[in-house]
Design a protein around this ligand. Structure first.
Ligand code: S3P
Length: 200
């Protein structure tokens, strides 16, 4: 499906779409493009926390600790899922929490962007913005998170693979196709994509 075709037939989301997955999966960079393709607002949980706290995620971790950051995440997710249907890119830890998963399952549709650990590592290794990776062995930590969190991410409604080298635009197309396929395959459930009949 070409991006022009997908954006022509889809003109609104009936529920929020929540992107989950590990650091480096591309939730934010794919997320805002996906939101544009679906004519939906875009939010990023990390950006919202930074705006509310008036400091970077690294500073929140350092000054207030991870527990306080996770608390902020919970509040931000709840607030954003209360509003107009949006595309929401979440921090890698959001979907690990059962409370967050339950809320997302109730109000949204979750999409796991899944990539192999080598691809993720290549995407994050040159950045110093992620406090969990500021250790002597960041690659080892990433691998541990990759192994430890997969069972949580696998609870997402949809899994879309992000192979090495794929462009953000192609990822958007993959996700839109997956959303459309879900609507097609399960007509008993209210569709996630609302179609504009004038474009069909
Ligand atoms: C985290 C991932 C980060 C950020 C914070 C913690 C995690 O977001 O929320 O550093 O626990 O995996 P990204 O997944 O957008 O990098």
């Amino acid at each position: 499906m070409s991006s022009s075709r997908s954006s022509a037939v889809v003109n609104a989301l009936s529920r929020p779409v929540v992107l989950v997955g590990l650091m480096g999966a591309g939730k934010s960079s794919v997320g805002w493009r996906l939101a544009a393709a679906l004519s939906a607002p875009f939010f990023d949980s990390d950006t919202e926390i930074e705006a509310a706290a008036g400091m970077s995620i690294a500073d929140v971790f350092e000054r207030h600790g991870e527990a306080s950051f996770r608390d902020g995440e919970r509040r931000v997710i709840r607030r954003l899922l209360d509003g107009e249907p949006c595309v929401l890119a979440t921090g890698g830890g959001v979907f690990v929490s059962e409370e967050n998963r339950d809320l997302i399952a109730e109000r949204a549709l979750s999409v796991w962007i899944d990539a192999d650990v080598e691809t993720l590592w290549n995407r994050v290794k040159d950045r110093s913005t992620r406090p969990l990776l500021l250790t002597a062995d960041p690659r080892g930590v990433l691998l541990g998170l990759w192994k430890g969190r997969r069972s949580a991410y696998a609870k997402a409604d949809i899994r879309v693979e992000s192979p090495p080298g794929i462009t953000h635009e192609n990822m958007v197309q993959r996700i839109v196709s997956a959303l459309a396929a879900r609507d097609r395959d399960d007509p008993a459930r209210p569709p996630i994509l609302r179609r504009d009949p004038s474009h069909e």
